[in-house]
Ligand binder design. Structure first.
Ligand code: PAF
Length: 279
């Protein structure tokens, strides 16, 4: 496994890579969810590039950039064990040289939910992923379904900006308590970890109602809210049931065959997101 830090070296290495070439973008702080992305990429691609870049622009001023649990040596070991061929691990000034001003604006899908709670976040994600795509020039790109809105933003970016990259979704990996794996779990205390079980439980409450025939978004959202309200350590940021393609609330309950329930919750000072497909 080779570690490359500059875009010019990455471009030179890319010329000789067996196709199709897959990329797995990461911030570091790797867990079994990232391993699932790398294994899925390895199973299909001729070559696998993983990126290791703690992108500062996607963290808000009061967010956890300084505490983010990335450990370069450990992350490289996880990548090596997952069969990655090249790690693209640029320093910040390689990705954001002085004078760099262009950004990728996702439009309405980047303005709701995570985009609303974390202003500028989706623009920053789209911009860095565009840069990583241009640096690594992949045929395939692997993203986790846990970050459903990010996945949709990247999928549309690839389509609308004609990157010609197939964005491959990989199912969420959950732990034994059904917590969707996240690097941020390391911030949770044991009581908070138990409290976090309420996140998936709340989505299951919506799914049970859906399976029983309920199609009204307000009813489904209220079921999610009720479960979250039962856990005193949990504070709800949002709970919505949307159309999975547009991320807009579905307005004609009778007509839909599927929907996506999305939730963001803070437990203590840790913000967790999760989602579940309905139907
Ligand atoms: O999901 C992440 O880890 C990050 O948002 C990504 C896609 C690597 C961009 O920095």
């Amino acid at each position: 496994m080779r570690v490359i830090e500059t875009v010019s070296e990455m471009h030179a290495a890319r010329v000789n890579m067996a196709g199709p070439v897959a990329v797995v973008p990461t911030l570091g702080g790797l867990h079994a969810g990232h391993e699932a992305l790398m294994h899925a990429a390895r199973a299909r691609a001729g070559s696998v590039i993983a990126t290791l870049f703690l992108n500062p622009t996607q963290f808000g001023q009061n967010e956890d950039l300084a505490e983010y649990p990335a450990d370069r040596e450990r992350d490289l070991e996880v990548m090596r064990n997952a069969g990655v061929d090249i790690v693209f691990a640029p320093p910040v000034d390689e990705m954001y040289p002085e004078g760099d001003t262009f950004v990728v604006e996702p439009g309405p899908i980047g303005a709701v939910l995570e985009g609303e709670d974390r202003p500028g976040h989706m623009r920053a994600v789209a911009t860095v992923v565009a840069k990583l795509f241009n640096a690594t020039r992949p045929d395939l790109a692997y993203f986790g379904e846990k970050d459903a809105q990010q996945l949709e933003v990247v999928r549309r970016m690839s389509r609308d900006l004609r990157f010609g990259i197939e964005v491959v979704p990989v199912p969420t990996v959950r732990d034994e308590r059904n917590l969707a794996l996240s690097s941020r779990h390391s911030y949770l205390t044991e009581p908070e970890r138990s409290a976090a079980e309420v996140v998936y439980a709340s989505l299951c409450a919506a799914r049970d109602l859906w399976d029983g025939g309920q199609r009204s978004a307000p009813e489904l959202e209220s079921a999610i809210r009720d479960v979250i309200a039962s856990e005193r350590l949990a504070t709800l940021c949002y709970a919505v049931v949307v159309d999975p393609e547009t991320f807009e609330p579905h307005k004609e309950p009778g007509a839909v065959s599927h929907a996506l329930a999305l939730i963001a919750v803070t437990i203590g000072s840790t913000r967790l997101i999760d989602n579940l497909r309905l139907g």
